[in-house]
Ligand binder design. Structure first.
Ligand SMILES: *[C@@H]1O[C@H](CO)[C@@H](O)[C@H](O)[C@H]1NC(C)=O
Ligand SMILES: *[C@@H]1O[C@H](CO)[C@@H](O)[C@H](O)[C@H]1NC(C)=O
Ligand SMILES: *[C@@H]1O[C@H](CO)[C@@H](O)[C@H](O)[C@H]1NC(C)=O
Ligand SMILES: *[C@@H]1O[C@H](CO)[C@@H](O)[C@H](O)[C@H]1NC(C)=O
Length: 876
């Protein structure tokens, strides 16, 4: 205020016109004028600041609820137009206003409170309150509102006999986008579940017209007291997820407050993803918030009431058994605690295997597990995990499951097993010991004479997964041995499953004088923090202090500094390649990416990686490919069955009267890529005749070829590579033109074609898919199968295959079991998932080793070396 006074005092000096005329004093006058001007500006500025930023009030809206203890719930309270509702609402409103009035940090700023709903218990009232508060008082208002204890305590004692006895006055700030239209009730619905019936509701206009833009819709769902609600979205298609895209939120409350949010949904979901949600009480709120653009169908949902769970968890006895989170595979209810006490016969030990594990809360690091978690013997588990095992050193185990008030997930499906404690002894290489996988595979012991490190150097200079190579090495050696003995690979029964097979000895005891991996394996201390993964789970490379010469990866591993920005993902999480800016133009070489402008850049695999690397942006052109439409990963339980829409570029090629013969990949609306050998004449049939063939797209189940999402096309042209050699299978590639283009949908999408310079590094994860059938009625699967496999060093593979590989071929090994090796069909896709999560066609299923049958893959046509030929014939 001082400044203001000063400013006022100086005003009389404005009388300066008189002075102006006195010649000699002119400079003084000008100086005074300038000073006055400056002071006036300063004053105006301060006043402006004062009113604009200190005093101009901001609008704040809080959503909340409170409990009225001395009041009985009436059915009429569910109808907000009933006189009973209005009467109680008036009382609650004046109580809330009274509470606010008594608080200096709240009272002066309160503008309005509206009671929106009631539910049982005794009566819970839901409301929102609006405030106009100067910016500088905002924090104290937030604090006062958040402090539910003091709010009521300050108030209740003053009135000896308050009409309403209230407690738990809780409110939370509302997202401004929702607060904006908190008063509009044109899209508000209130539904009560009917005993033994399912109630449905949809977005406005569903299914005939899209939901409106700029909408805010509420569905308040209720059930009878002491029941809970099961809500399922039967169909759901919203705007694809972005930060500001349309979304649905489901709350375990009648008030849309974040601490009770169960899920946020956007985009669309694979049919296998379970969209069922459970409440903890007899109310639930569904909200839809839409932005100003985009038109999408919306949803149809159903709900019904269930008796409230009495207890969760149980005591389990016996040799083995299974158990799951409540309502699995629906999303488990919020706010619950379950305990399972598991006991096996006393001479045995017990372990629990989680076959499915989805306990993920958005924004919660898996390392902390502070919200929802499973706890066993003091250790918490949360997040999304692949199959894992927790073992006890006794015959008992206690497992706790906790879900907090917000965000739920699918939960887990687990089994417990007993095992002999003597199984845990370490074998020299860990082979043949207790495995976490039922189908244990043991090779003849004479084969295993190569130490792990030698195995890894055989495969790649600095592979980030030596243990994988260990595994693979064993596999390959067995394969080679079988070949030598003229045995089929198939004769080796039950190959190991997954990464953790065989060589992970099962031990819970510490390793004397050695380092113990989290998996229990013992390794030499010198292997800890040496930049190599020696434990399958990487635990030997975690929490390392990196030396001067080392770079610390985001996942905590230490890698030599000179590996940073070398275009190889050494960290495993690519963090060593992230900060490498400044893509410079380099001289063009055989393996440098060439932009359309003719310039070459040093970055490896720049196509469609989401960054513009070429000056002309040609590396990011034509990138409408290689992505799945569904938001979440498939959650198909067990096996290698694919989900609908999981591989939208997969094509099934049928021949009239013979059914499915070969696979192919969709690379544009009109072109497929397949294998040339599919079109070789056989038994008098000219398979090169396009009129014999029909392509099925969007197909998952061969039995469902007339399904609504399946597109069928005849073939116009088949172009096989002119150099295709039907003896060596060199140049085993063909392109097929469809008679008419397909329509891209959620289940029909093209795969990206890699540039000829694209590098698929040795050891990279690849996926092969196919029905594995050679003829209708053969042994193929009805459901599209998938298998994860890894690229093998060409030199090593060529030795194993006695020099049968040409540069147009690539060799891929198996991790997930011998049987899978024979899956996939000729012509089908081998795809790689790039760091941008886009998928590229790496190969085409060509021929198999070992079993000497064409359709047993193992060797693939190498897309990059055939890329120019594809371009020449398809223009792609
Ligand atoms: C809600 O109450 C009003 C006023 O009593 C009544 O006209 C209306 O039918 C009621 N609505 C329902 C759904 O019961
Ligand atoms: C989701 O889970 C519920 C409850 O277990 C089950 O009834 C429903 O069939 C499941 N839906 C899907 C698509 O798996
Ligand atoms: C629980 O953990 C402790 C040490 O973390 C271990 O000594 C004990 O054997 C474990 N108990 C069971 C039942 O696994
Ligand atoms: C493949 O292995 C050979 C011999 O072990 C090695 O010289 C070569 O560098 C490896 N190639 C790749 C791409 O890792």
């Amino acid at each position: 205020m001082n400044n203001l006074d000063e400013g006022v005092e100086f005003l009389p000096a404005m009388n300066s016109k008189k002075m102006e005329k006195r010649g000699p004093r002119r400079p003084v006058v000008i100086t005074v004028l300038i000073i006055v001007f400056l002071l006036v500006s300063l004053t105006t500025g301060l006043l402006f600041w004062h009113f604009k930023y200190r005093n101009i009030p901001v609008q704040k809206v809080f959503n909340g609820h409170l409990r009225v203890l001395n009041w009985e719930f009436l059915d009429a309270y569910e109808n907000s137009s009933s006189p009973e509702f209005s009467m109680l609402a008036r009382k609650v409103k004046s109580t809330v206003e009274e509470i606010y009035k008594n608080h200096a940090d709240i009272g002066p700023y309160h503008k309005e409170t509206v009671i929106t709903a009631f539910s049982e218990g005794s009566v819970i009232a839901y409301y929102w309150s609006e405030f106009l508060v100067p910016k500088y008082r905002e924090e104290s208002l937030n604090r006062a509102i958040a402090d539910k204890q003091s709010l009521v305590q300050r108030w209740n004692p003053r009135l000896r006999n308050p009409m309403l006895k209230v407690e738990s006055v809780i409110a939370f700030p509302v997202d401004p986008s929702i607060a904006h239209s908190a008063r509009d009730n044109s899209c508000m619905f209130s539904l009560h579940a009917k005993e033994g019936e399912v109630t449905s509701f949809t977005t406005p206009g569903f299914p005939n017209s899209p939901y409106p833009n700029n909408a805010l819709c509420y569905w308040a769902l209720r059930a009878d007291a002491s029941s809970t609600i099961s809500l399922t979205f039967k169909t759901l298609e919203l705007e694809p997820c972005r930060d500001d895209s349309d979304y649905i939120k489901v709350y375990d409350s009648l008030s849309p407050v974040e601490p009770h949010a169960l899920v946020r949904l956007c985009g669309n979901y694979a049919p296998s993803y379970n969209l069922t949600f459970l409440s903890s009480q007899n109310v639930m709120l569904v909200t839809l918030v839409t932005n100003k653009e985009g038109r999408f169908p919306g949803f149809k949902a159903e709900f019904f009431q269930l008796p409230k769970l009495k207890a969760c968890g149980e005591t389990l006895k016996g040799d083995s058994g299974t158990f799951t989170t409540p309502y699995y595979p629906a999303h488990y209810p919020p706010d619950m605690d379950c305990v399972w006490n598991i006991e096996v016969p006393s001479i045995k030990n017990v372990k629990v295997r989680f076959n499915m594990f989805f306990v993920l809360e958005p924004g919660i690091p898996v390392s902390s597990c502070t919200k929802d978690y499973v706890q066993i013997n003091g250790t918490r588990y949360c997040g999304e995990r692949s199959q894992f095992v927790v073992a006890s050193t006794t015959n008992k185990i206690e497992l706790r499951f906790h879900s907090d008030q917000s965000y739920t997930d699918t939960g887990f499906s687990a089994e417990f097993l007993s095992y002999d404690s003597s199984d845990r002894e370490l074998k020299p290489w860990g082979w043949g010991g207790e495995s976490d996988f039922p189908e244990m595979w043991s090779c003849p012991s004479s084969v295993f004479t190569l130490p792990c490190k030698l195995g890894s150097s055989l495969f790649q200079g600095h592979s980030s997964m030596p243990c994988f190579t260990e595994n693979l090495l064993v596999f390959l050696l067995c394969s080679a041995v079988s070949r030598h003995r003229k045995l089929c690979r198939r004769d080796v029964e039950g190959t190991p499953r997954g990464l953790m097979c065989g060589f992970v000895p099962f031990s819970l005891s510490a390793c004397p004088g050695k380092f113990t991996c989290n998996t229990g394996r013992c390794i030499d201390r010198s292997m800890r923090c040496d930049g190599w993964l020696d434990c399958v789970d990487g635990s030997d490379e975690r929490s390392c202090t990196c030396t001067e010469q080392q770079f610390k990866c985001q996942n905590g591993w230490c890698k030599p500094r000179f590996w940073v920005c070398d275009n190889v993902n050494d960290c495993g999480d690519n963090s060593d390649e992230l900060q490498c800016t400044g893509q410079t133009t380099v001289p063009c070489k055989e393996y440098t990416y060439k932009c359309r402008s003719g310039h070459c850049i040093s970055k490896q695999n720049p196509e469609c990686d989401g960054e513009q690397d070429c000056e002309d942006h040609s590396d990011e052109d034509n990138c409408n490919c290689g992505l799945r439409s569904y938001v979440r990963k498939s959650r198909i339980v067990g096996g290698q069955n694919s989900d609908v829409g999981e591989w939208p570029w997969q094509v099934s090629l049928h021949v009239k009267g013979q059914g499915h013969i070969c696979g192919a990949s969709l690379v544009s609306a009109s072109w497929l890529v397949s294998a040339a050998h599919c079109f070789l004449p056989l038994q008098g049939i000219r398979y090169s005749d396009p009129s014999l063939w029909t392509a099925y797209l969007g197909l998952t189940d061969q039995g469902d070829r007339s399904g609504p999402n399946v597109q069928t096309r005849k073939i116009k042209r088949i172009i096989s590579h002119p150099f295709f050699n039907d003896y060596t299978y060199d140049y085993d590639i063909a392109v097929l033109e469809l008679q008419s283009p397909v329509t891209f949908t959620a289940v029909v999408q093209p795969i990206c074609l890699p540039d000829a310079t694209h590098n698929f590094p040795v050891g990279k994860d690849l996926w092969v898919t196919g029905w594995g059938a050679t003829a209708e009625g053969g042994t193929g699967a009805a459901i599209l199968q998938k298998a994860e496999i890894r690229l093998i060093n060409q030199t090593v593979c060529n030795q194993l295959l006695t020099d049968q590989l040409t540069p147009r071929m690539m060799c891929v090994g198996i991790l997930t079991g011998g049987v899978d090796a024979c899956q996939g069909d000729s012509g089908g896709p081998l795809v790689s998932v790039e760091p941008s999560s886009r998928m590229f066609l790496a190969g085409v299923v060509s021929w198999g080793d070992g079993c000497a049958q064409r359709n047993k893959p193992g060797v693939y046509s190498r897309l990059t070396s055939l890329r120019d030929w594809i371009q020449e014939h398809t223009g792609l």
